[in-house]
Design a protein around this ligand. Structure first.
Ligand code: 5GP
Ligand code: ZN
Length: 111
């Protein structure tokens, strides 16, 4: 099992923010902004590169969850959603995840 599958299964503790049947969200262990949350599908998908017609429903749902979490976390002034995919993007955990970053004005830098 990958590290995020272990977090979803409760084998590794995490700061849970949200959970339903298909999606889990938790606080990043090494936050890059005052609010830094990871939103993941419970099913193991390796990265954005593995999204396809058979598994994309959960991705649509993840974006509904992201909007809800952002409201609940008070990110009305804005936030950034990031998904690193593959080596050039320095993806370090090979389980699809979307970073929610906010709580301060973010830098212009995106890459
Ligand atoms: P990536 O670099 O793949 O886009 O992002 C992986 C993220 O997972 C990093 O921001 C890293 O801090 C976070 N992370 C890695 N291991 C753990 C963990 O065990 N618990 C939590 N909460 N976050 C983790
Ligand atoms: Zn996994």
């Amino acid at each position: 099992m990958c590290i995020f599958c272990k977090i979803i299964a409760g084998e590794i503790p995490s700061g849970k923010v949200y959970e339903d049947e298909t999606v889990y969200a938790f606080r990043d262990i090494n936050p890059q902004a005052p609010t830094h949350i990871l939103v993941v599908p419970k099913t193991h998908i390796g990265s954005v590169a593995e999204i396809n017609a058979d598994n994309s429903a959960v991705v649509a749902h993840i974006f509904e969850v992201i909007a809800q979490i952002a409201r609940e976390e008070g990110l009305g002034n804005g936030y950034r959603v990031v998904s690193n995919c593959g080596a050039d993007a320095r993806q370090s955990v090979q389980h699809l995840h979307f970073h929610i970053l906010g709580g301060r004005e973010l830098t212009e830098q995106m890459a």
